[in-house]
Every structure is written in structure tokens, then in C-alpha cells.
Design a protein around this ligand. Structure first.
Ligand SMILES: *Cc1c(COP(=O)(O)O)cnc(C)c1O
Length: 389
């Protein structure tokens, strides 16, 4: 089977992990600090705080923003479920907004109808790697005192108005799950422009302690730590950070290869009538974290039937981005129609895209879509013609 994603990991990552193990320091320590610094400089962020996952990062971002019970957090339903879950972990109510059909992201037009006097935050997702229009959202939210958190789980290395995605955000969260472009096995990163927020995030990820374990270890005097507020254990390990440091050096190559493969898909699929694909927004570039295609109204084959045909041909594709409001965990929690979300989640699929995908593999994927796009009658005629020749 051609997988939908395969991480680009090699001997260098294995050696870096082994070195961390041999050093005897495997929990959050010097390598995490080094990874944070390297990540901040690679993404143009002022401060980076490593955590155990992007889900944990989103949860911490809301806690740091003071979100709690009685508050509403506007989120897209069209996202991985962790986006909406983060609001509930903080004790707040997620409010589902619809998305733009081209970028699959929230916009001021989709968010504004959801704002109430209880709205305290909006989680803006850079869906599939396409950066959302942060400045436009900020213009809507800033003067209302609403915090904008950027869920950049998919967007490492995407570009928003000339800067890396997340660089301009008050709070942005990244994921290093292997389904994402850059991986540490599990892991996440929060970036922020505010030094005091960064200090609070470091404390919150480590049980609310006023002294990190690394700082206590380094001290020659006996020191007593204090617990200043309710915190969490959301630490990353030094083994993960060692892998992340190697992966980060490959980021430029990863993105260049992905964009070349995505452009090749776009050229090949341009000949399949009616199909629309993920593309760069007007104000930036995507890292093509997930290569989605949208089937047009009246496509001869349903999305799920197309997924079955791809599987038969040895291609592991996936349904498009999920819609949280359609899942049992969120039954009854959508308070307005979400027509674009429902269209996109039912008619999009995600094609395999990873660093060492071959051109032959891409052609196989496209050939299944091309065959499906032919009207059944045309296809039968083509088959008959092929059989009679
Ligand atoms: C993957 C993903 C997450 C969760 O990331 P983890 O690191 O697995 O917790 C959150 N939001 C979005 C949009 C994602 O794609």
C-alpha cells in the first residue's frame, strides 16, 4: 500500500535519540532547551515552549489566556477534534463557526456571527497547512478583548504575509505527531511574542513549579521548589527534542520536496474535470501538510466509493478534514448551520504526500481519480473500445 504519510526519519535521528539515552538525561533538559531555541529561530518566534503534544499546547494556551468555565471559545468544526477538545479541557464551551470554501479556514465573516458577550477566545486553525488570515481575525477580535490562538499544528514552515506561520501570533501551537511534516514521535510547541506569557507556559507545563527540574539539578545548594498554581505534566522528553533538532535541520528540504510533489499533483489533476485542490492562499504559502482534493457536484463516484477504489489500487487515501459537530462527542453542540463545513467534510479526500513519494506512485493515484471522473457510459465505451482493439 502507498501510505497517506510516511515520516522522513533516518540514521541521524536514530543516532541523536541514542545519544540522549546514553547521556543519562532523558526527561526535559538541555536538549529541550536547545530545541526550543532552534525552533524559535527557525520560525521567527520570540519564545518557544516545548510540550508533550499540540493538544496539550492548545489546552495550555487557553489556560494562560485565562479562559475557563462560563467562557465561549469560537473554533472551526472542520478541524481535528483536538481543536474543539481544548476549549472543553479549559472548562469553556466551544462554539462552532463555518469556514471559507477555498482555504478551509475561519474568516471574519464566518466568526462574527458566533461572537457573544461570553466569547473570550477564537482558535484559528491553519488547516492542512494553509495559513489562516490572522491579521483579519485580529482586526475583528482585538478591540473586543478576544484572544486569538493560532492552531498551527499543520503549518510548520508555511508562510503568512512574508513570515513563517505562527511568528506573528500572540500564541501559536504546533504539532510534531508523525502525521505532521516534522516529527518527534509525539510532541508540540507553543510560540509567543510575550516573555511573561512564555514564563507562565513553562511553569504550567511543569506542575506550576517555580523552578524547573533542570534548574534544581544544576544547583549546588539544596533548593526547595514551590507550586504557584495548578499546573500540568505536559513536558517533552530530551529524547524527543534530540530527534526534533535533527528534523528541524531538514525542514527546508522537506518543504521544498513537498511543494514540488504538490505542484506535480496539481498539474496532473488539472486534466480531471471539476476537481479542485488545496492551493496557496493570496497572502502566503502552504507547506502542503495534507493534499486535499474536492470532488465537484455531480462527480460520477461518491467520495467514499473513490476511497474504496483507491484502496483496491493499493493507495491509502483518507477522507478530508473531519467535522467535530458530526461526531458523537459533540452531538447537539452545533448551534448554527455549517453548510461549507458539511460540504468539505463529505466531498474532500486527502491523497498520499510524503518526502519519498515517487512520481510513479503519484501517477497511479491520479489514474484512479481520472478513471472515476469519466462518466460511467464514457468509461464503458472506453473499455469496450480497448477490448475490441
Ligand atoms: C494534529 C492536530 C492537532 C493535534 O496535534 P497532537 O500533537 O497530535 O496533539 C491539533 N489541531 C490540528 C489542526 C491538528 O491537525
Amino acid at each position: 500500500m502507498i501510505p497517506v504519510m510516511r515520516p522522513w526519519l533516518g540514521a541521524d535521528e536514530a543516532a541523536a535519540a541514542a545519544e540522549a539515552v546514553s547521556s543519562g538525561w532523558v526527561a526535559q533538559g538541555p536538549r529541550v532547551a536547545e530545541f526550543e531555541e532552534a525552533f524559535a529561530s527557525a520560525t521567527g518566534a520570540a519564545h518557544a515552549v516545548a510540550v508533550s503534544s499540540c493538544t496539550a499546547a492548545l489546552h495550555l494556551a487557553l489556560v494562560a489566556a485565562g479562559i475557563g468555565p462560563g467562557d465561549e471559545v469560537v473554533v472551526p468544526s472542520l478541524s481535528f477534534i483536538a481543536t474543539a477538545n481544548a476549549a472543553r479541557y479549559a472548562g469553556a464551551a466551544p462554539v462552532f463557526a463555518d469556514v471559507d470554501e477555498t482555504t478551509q479556514n475561519l474568516t471574519p465573516a464566518t466568526v462574527e456571527p458566533c461572537l457573544t458577550r461570553w466569547t473570550r477566545a477564537v482558535i484559528l486553525v491553519d488547516q492542512a497547512g494553509v495559513p489562516a488570515d490572522l491579521d483579519a481575525l485580529r482586526a475583528l477580535c482585538g478591540h473586543r478583548g478576544i484572544t486569538v490562538v493560532e492552531d498551527a499544528a499543520c503549518a510548520v514552515g508555511s508562510v503568512y504575509r512574508g513570515r513563517p506561520a505562527g511568528a506573528g501570533a500572540g500564541l501559536a501551537a504546533f504539532s510534531f505527531h508523525p502525521r505532521k511534516l516534522l516529527t518527534t514521535g509525539e510532541g508540540g510547541m507553543l510560540v509567543t511574542s510575550d516573555e511573561s506569557v512564555a514564563a507562565r507556559l513553562r511553569r504550567l507545563r511543569e506542575h506550576g513549579m517555580d523552578l524547573s527540574a533542570a534548574a534544581r539539578h544544576a544547583s549546588r545548594q539544596p533548593v526547595t521548589e514551590h507550586y504557584l498554581e495548578l499546573g500540568f505534566n505536559f513536558r517533552m522528553t530530551d529524547i524527543q527534542a534530540a530527534i526534533g533538532l535533527v528534523q528541524l535541520r531538514k525542514l527546508g528540504a522537506l518543504i521544498a520536496r513537498r511543494r514540488a510533489l504538490a505542484q506535480r499533483y496539481q498539474r496532473l489533476l488539472a486534466r480531471v474535470p471539476g476537481i479542485r485542490t488545496i492551493t496557496d492562499p493570496a497572502y502566503g504559502t502552504t507547506n502542503y501538510q495534507s493534499f486535499w482534493v474536492l470532488l465537484p457536484d455531480g462527480f460520477p463516484v461518491s467520495r467514499d466509493e473513490l476511497l474504496r477504489r483507491l484502496a483496491e489500487a493499493g493507495v491509502s487515501a483518507r477522507r478530508g478534514i473531519m467535522a467535530a459537530h458530526l461526531e458523537p462527542a459533540y452531538a447537539g453542540l452545533a448551534h448554527r448551520p455549517l453548510p461549507v463545513t458539511e460540504l468539505l467534510t463529505s466531498r474532500t479526500l486527502i491523497l498520499p504526500l510524503f518526502h519519498d513519494l515517487t512520481e510513479a506512485e503519484q501517477e497511479l493515484v491520479v489514474s484512479v481519480l481520472r478513471a472515476a471522473a469519466q462518466h460511467p457510459a464514457a468509461r464503458d465505451e472506453a473499455r469496450a473500445a480497448a477490448g475490441s482493439s
